[in-house]
Design a binder for this molecule. Structure first.
Ligand SMILES: [Zn+2]
Length: 208
């Protein structure tokens, strides 16, 4: 086998991946074996991160090789992904920017800025993440209409992140919004929206 399925290590850096790998602390997504060092995958350039040389590991039980990708760098670029995601989710459920800001302990103007940026990109966000969902899961089931373009876009992000988690065997605690932020290289709220930035090749192609 040339590569193997990528396993995304979220919230950890390369040194942490190495340490956990060497002490047998990483479980295989198969649920049975432990991962052990198995060389490296080829170097790849990840937009915004530079060149990475992901670690390859093999499962002691199913003998499948996996590529361990540390995405802490991507997540650091969007430290606020979690908070912004919470704001967008609250807005989708009908709350206005003032109560959202109060609940999250952020300035009202900051929250309003996030909501406006996402609203402006919502149609593209929905399209991009619906496409990503289909790419990750050929039979995802319907995402029910949420009542507005804004809420539909929030729902699409959640559905795609759920599919990514199932498909990629994400290791470590990661929220839908952290994953969405990583997938869009932190461009979720960019003025042009995530279109043209969503590049799953570093995820889906990590094993090649
Ligand atoms: Zn295994």
């Amino acid at each position: 086998m040339h590569g193997g399925a990528p396993v995304v290590m979220v919230g950890t850096d390369q040194a942490e991946v190495e340490r956990r790998l060497r002490c047998g602390a990483l479980a295989c997504p198969c649920g049975v074996g432990r991962l052990a060092p198995w060389g490296h995958a080829r170097r790849r350039r990840v937009r915004g991160l530079g060149v990475l040389r992901p670690r390859r590991a093999r499962c002691s039980a199913c003998l499948v090789t996996h590529v361990l990708l540390a995405v802490s760098g991507l997540l650091r670029r969007a430290d606020a992904a979690e908070v912004i995601g919470a704001a967008l989710t609250l807005k989708a459920s009908g709350l206005g920017h003032r109560p959202i800001a109060a609940r999250l302990g952020r300035a009202g103007s900051t929250v309003r800025g996030w909501l406006r940026a996402f609203a402006g990109a919502a149609e593209r966000v929905r399209a991009v993440f619906t496409g990503l969902l289909a790419e990750l899961d050929p039979m995802p089931g319907p995402v029910p209409p949420a009542g507005s373009m804004f809420a539909d876009a929030v729902a699409a992000v959640g559905a795609a992140a759920g599919a990514a988690r199932r498909r990629l065997g994400v290791v470590g605690a990661v929220s839908a919004w952290q994953l969405a932020s990583a997938v869009t290289a932190g461009r979720l709220l960019a003025p042009a929206g995530p279109a043209g930035w969503v590049n799953t090749s570093w995820l889906l192609g990590a094993g090649r």
